[in-house]
Design a protein around this ligand. Structure first.
Ligand code: GDP
Ligand code: MG
Length: 172
């Protein structure tokens, strides 16, 4: 029995400070830093996983902080198989912001890109400002799935990356 080898590009999108870099570093290196990590990263990090008999190589693209200047062009998400639209559950503006990313991705990539709406910082539940129901309904309305994560406590992070990998493999 021979498995398949998949290579997928996934991008992290969302407002500055929502935890995009933290999610990537938690997943790839199992590290967390209390500081804002904006510009120290390479364009992408790679991670290999197995799904059943298949192997999946993820190239996880993170921004270098350009999102703060609204200067993230289509070259960044070009040919992505999947995207994480990340917001901070304590920051309603960061949730509103992902809606324009979703529109942009759908316009540029059609339905070829698997969309994950990610409510990060779930450890700050007591300061939640984005109603979970609203976020889930929004995700559903655009054909995406909603996930809750805490990069800090390592909650839901592996599940998030595994799920998008499975969904991309099913589509490939
Ligand atoms: P980015 O600008 O979206 O890449 O955000 P960063 O990954 O640099 O994180 C911004 C800030 O949020 C940093 O101070 C992180 O320590 C913090 N942060 C990231 N993820 C979490 C989380 O799950 N919970 C909490 N409480 N803080 C987080
Ligand atoms: Mg960052």
């Amino acid at each position: 029995m021979s498995g398949k080898n998949y290579q997928f590009k996934v991008v992290l999108l969302g407002e500055g400070c929502v935890g995009k870099t933290s999610l990537m570093l938690r997943y790839v290196q199992d590290k967390f830093n209390e500081e804002h990590l904006s510009t120290i990263q390479a364009a992408f990090l790679k991670k290999k996983i197995r799904i059943g008999s298949n192997s999946v190589e993820l190239a996880i693209w993170d921004t270098a902080g350009q999102e703060r200047y609204h200067a993230l062009g289509p070259i960044y998400y070009r040919a992505s198989n999947g995207a994480f639209l990340v917001y901070d559950i304590t920051d309603i503006d960061s949730f509103e912001r992902i809606k324009s990313w979703v529109k942009e991705l759908k316009t540029s990539l059609g339905n070829n890109c698997i969309l994950c709406i990610v409510g990060n910082k779930s450890d700050l539940e007591k300061n939640r400002n984005v109603p979970i129901k609203e976020a889930e309904e929004y995700a559903k309305s655009v054909g995406a799935k909603h996930y809750s994560t805490s990069a800090k406590l390592n909650h839901g992070v592996n599940e998030l990356f595994l799920d998008i990998s499975k969904r991309m493999a099913e589509k490939a």
